[in-house]
Structures are given as C-alpha cells and as structure tokens.
Write a protein that binds this ligand. Structure first.
Ligand SMILES: Cc1cc2nc3c(=O)[nH]c(=O)nc-3n(C[C@H](O)[C@H](O)[C@H](O)COP(=O)(O)O)c2cc1C
Length: 420
C-alpha cells in the first residue's frame, strides 16, 4: 500500500476514489489481489475493456468494474492520472514494458469544429448528411456556458438537440456536448447530466477568446492557470462514466505559444481523453496563420491523441499540417464553409464544381433552417455568416457573399444563390 502517492492535493480526485481503490504489491497477482479486495479493475475506452493498473511496485484497481485481465495493464500512477487512464496501455505480463497507445478516435479522424452561432444542429445535420461516408467522425456542439450552478436539461437540449435522438446527427455521427466555464463542480454536474441525457461525450472549452467570456473566468482565461485546467478536467472526468470521453479544446496559450506544453500536460494529467489544439494563442485571436509546429510540440509531450485545428482549408493544408505537427486527427471549422469538398461530395472537384456544391448546400440550408422554425431574418443572417466565414478560406466565395450581403428577403437570397 502506498497511500502517500494518493495525497497530492492537486489530484483530489484520487482522494475521493480512495475507498474504491485497492493498491497491491506488484509481486503478487493483480487479479488475485483485486479479488481479495472485492474490487475490479479500472475501465476505460468506448469498448470498456477491463484494465488493471500495474507498475513494478504497485497496482491499482477500481471497485465496480470487471475483474482485471492480466496483461492488460497501465504503467504507473502517472499513467492513471493522465495517459494511462485513456490511452497508454501496456500489454505486459506482470511488469511494465513499452507502451502501446489505444485511441478513442478512429484513425485519421476528422472532427467538425464547434462555432458558436454557426454550427448549430441544423448545420451539423446538413454537413454530415452531405459528407462522404465515414469522412466525419465526430461533431462538437457550440459551447454551452456553465456559471456557478449546473445547467438545466433545457439548456443542454437546446445546445445539443441531437440528444433527443440518441446523441447523433441524423446521419449517425456522434455529437460531443461542449461545456464552457471555470468552476469545476457545476461543470462536472452538468457534464454528468449531459451524458445521462445521451451525450456521446463531453468537450471542455478552454479556448474561447471572447472578452465577455474571459472576464467571467471562462474559455481561454483558464489557459493562464494550467493547474486549474487539470483540476477541472479531473472533476469532470470523475463525474462522467468512463465509457464516455472527456476531451479538451485549447489554444496554444494566452500570450505565448510556449505555454502550450504545460497546458497540454495539465489537461492530460487531468485525464483528458484527447486534446484539440487550435494553433493560435488567445492574444493572436484569428490573426496570424495557425502554428502547426507548436501543436506538434504539444503532441510530442503527451500520450493522448492530439487533434490539430486551425486554417485547414484544403487537402494540401491537411498534409502540411500532418507534416508539421505529426498529428493525424484534424478539426475543421471554417475550411468546409469555403470549400465543402473537403468533407462533402466528390473530393478534388474543380473550383466551379466547388462553388456549385456550396450554393446548392446553402439552398438546402435555408430549407432546413426554415423547417427548424427559424424566422426569415435569421435564415438570411445565417447564410451571410456562412459566406463571410467561407470567403476567409476560399477567395472564390467572396463574389457570392457580395451578391447577397445587402439582401434581407429569403426569396432574394435564393434567387442570388441560383444566379451564380
Ligand atoms: C464564429 C466562430 C465561433 C466559434 N465558436 C466556438 C465554440 O463555440 N467553441 C469552440 O471551442 N471554438 C469555437 N470557435 C473556434 C473554432 O472551433 C476553431 O477552433 C477556429 O475557428 C479555428 O479553426 P478553423 O481555422 O478550422 O476555423 C469558433 C470560431 C468562430 C470563427
């Protein structure tokens, strides 16, 4: 027994778990000790395969999970806190050996980015229905703000209406519920409730640069205190059943790209299932090009998966980002709004086909917005917003935006879209 290793105040989760945990001497069979302790093993991953915890001198098991299978082991206490909880299992027989990472994400995952006021359930339904089969692995909801108390079911369902139909889009793509806030307890309670309501998983937003949000201790404000990120992730991870991921979305830092490594390490230590990193600092907002090399430095310092994000607007940019960062998972926000063939329709179409696809998607978007009960002004505003973001990624979209930017009637917008 090594209780001293449980008393790290920065890791209060373990103290809470203490009475559920059996820690044994590594000289003995973990399976036997787990049985004697009346405990099972730590369970992780979507497939919820039983795992134990093992190092040269201790192993750790958590009550209530299936009996540990020898040879399906996590390396160390550090692993329990970080990568080992989610990713790095050691396929060892009794002693630690080299790590083999198992991932929550399918290989080469593409995640549809959350964009507040843009990527609502209507947008998610449209894009995932038009996407090539298997192209989009996951969506993330726009952020839902959590302040000093847990949010209501209504707020969760408003942010992620897909929960009423199994937590996926109509095309079957799972949606993570994104929460934003700076207080661990209400975030944890809200996260647990969202999962009870059917969320595939929880994404924590530590990247939003909006002044109002940051002034209220949310989003990127937390980047200034990596230990707070660790504490919040721990609490949320503790509250959410282990067969649901808790991912974390960050920027490179508040002011300097050098902040990203300690921030990423803190998120991993908190137990994040994976990290999504937008390759800019809060101070940079959306200014300079995304720094994919800095994402790569963070990736190299953690064992969980890293999803690269920022300025991925062409197939070649995905390749360059892969080369620069080493990442094989990507999150796409504005890119497909300017160049939908990144995700939808035939890949590598001509620019003319690209624009044709875009306008036909916008026509369908208007129909879907209307069917979802959005008033005319909002339908028109949404199309303008799509095009204004899309033109930042593809200059060919600018003329389409110019044609509609002063229109206020739905019928006029439809006519302008068809006139291209
Ligand atoms: C209008 C807008 C709203 C956004 N809202 C969110 C949000 O709700 N949650 C979040 O984590 N990121 C949000 N982001 C950031 C994006 O998810 C993404 O990190 C950023 O746009 C960079 O990726 P991109 O170059 O692929 O667009 C937002 C970005 C924009 C432009």
């Amino acid at each position: 027994m090594r209780p001293d290793r449980l008393r790290n105040p920065a890791r209060d989760e373990l103290e809470v778990l203490e009475d559920q945990i059996a820690i044994g001497n590594g000289d003995q069979d973990p399976q036997k000790q787990a049985g004697e302790a009346g405990a099972g093993c730590f369970q992780r991953g979507r497939d919820a395969r039983p795992t134990g915890y093992w190092s040269r001198d201790v192993f750790l098991v958590v009550a209530g999970a299936p009996t540990p299978a020898r040879g399906n082991l996590i390396r160390s206490v550090e692993d329990f806190h970080g990568a080992g909880r989610q990713g790095n299992l050691v396929e060892a027989d009794g002693a630690a050996s080299s790590a083999s990472t198992r991932s929550w994400l399918p290989s080469g995952a593409i995640v549809l980015a959350p964009m507040d006021g843009v990527t609502d359930h209507v947008y998610r339904a449209l894009i995932t229905s038009r996407a090539r089969p298997g192209r989009i692995s996951l969506c993330v909801s726009e952020f839902i703000r959590v302040t000093d108390r847990p949010i209501s079911d209504a707020a969760i369902l408003r942010g992620c209406p897909e929960l009423s139909r199994g937590g996926t889009t109509q095309s079957g793509v799972p949606v993570m519920v994104q929460l934003l806030g700076g207080r661990a307890e209400p975030l944890a309670a809200s996260a647990r409730r969202a999962v009870q309501l059917g969320a595939f998983g929880i994404d924590l937003n530590f990247g939003c640069p909006a002044k109002l949000v940051n002034r209220h201790d949310g989003g990127a404000a937390l980047l200034k205190a990596p230990e707070r990120i660790e504490g919040i992730v721990l609490r949320v991870r503790q509250a959410v059943p282990l067969d649901h991921p808790v991912s974390v979305k960050i920027r490179l830092g508040w002011e300097s790209v050098d902040e990203v490594v300690p921030i990423a390490v803190a998120a991993e230590r908190g137990g994040a299932s994976w990290l999504t990193i937008h390759g800019r600092t809060k101070a940079q907002m959306y200014g300079p090009p995304a720094d994919w090399e800095a994402i790569g430095r963070a990736r190299a310092s953690v064992s969980v998966d890293v999803v690269a994000n920022g300025d991925l607007s062409t197939d070649s940019s995905l390749e360059r980002c892969r080369d620069a960062s080493g990442c094989t998972h990507f999150m796409l926000g504005r890119g497909p709004m300017g160049r939908p063939s990144l995700l939808c329709g035939a890949a590598n179409g001509s620019e003319a086909q690209q624009l044709q696809m875009l306008t036909s998607m916008l026509v369908e978007y208007l129909e879907r917005l209307s069917a979802a009960g959005n008033p005319e002004y909002r339908q028109v505003a949404r199309v303008k917003q799509w095009l204004s973001l899309g033109k930042t990624q593809n200059a060919d979209v600018a003329p389409v935006f110019e044609r509609i930017k002063r229109l206020s009637k739905r019928a006029e917008v439809l006519a302008a879209l068809s006139s291209g």
